[in-house]
Design a protein around this ligand. Sequence first.
Ligand code: SF4
Length: 245
Amino acid sequence: MTAAETPLGRKRRARRMARMLAELHPDAHCELDYADPFQLAVATILSAQCTDVRVNLTTPALFARYPDPAAMAAADRGELEELIRPTGFFRNKTNSLLGLSAALLSDHGGEVPGTMAELVKLPGIGRKTANVILGNAFGVPGITVDTHLARLVHRFGWTTATDPVKIEHAVGELIPKNDWTMFSHRIIFHGRRVCFARKPACGACGLAKLCPSYGSGPVDPDAAAKLLKGPRVAELAAAAERVNT
Ligand code: SF4
């Protein structure tokens, strides 16, 4: 994991880290609530600059009022804006939802398409959103390059790329395709619970021995354990102690 690391060495280290992430975060999953691909597309659009928890508080009433693209395309703009206002940027998001629903109706018979090429042509759907939809609603492997994944793969020394598409391809070279969707959930969980942007909990991190950025945050196990977040704090600290001692 130094500058002298070979491509094969990096791939082996990346796969060991991916296996450890699977051990550390067995509960990793898509945290948005949805019942079908359309609801997932809507929830993912709403999740921009907003927590999944807040989106999940907002969507039950939204989906009850507009259960499908036909209902949403015919929505009164003001009413739709009010329903999604708590998620922020509600005017832009309303434009995306109205545009998406209309395009699904006119071009796809009211169904969400299941390919990257078709998804990224839809209003409000970029590559990141398309990968979330493909991976979770269609079972097509996808790497979701969000802020957590981008930060962590830099810290892991897997890539120096900053362009999301380049990051996606770099990670795709290291991780087996079948694992892409679950890997994305696990690394995002690690970013939310352990490897924080400001103060990563390095001393309580099960990846410490494989991570060149160990020391970016507190290395004292007790101090680091206090930083951990989520419902599995005790398990995460114990796993880190087991692998690091
Ligand atoms: S050792 Fe530190 S920087 Fe590396 S993954 Fe763990 S918390 Fe993040």
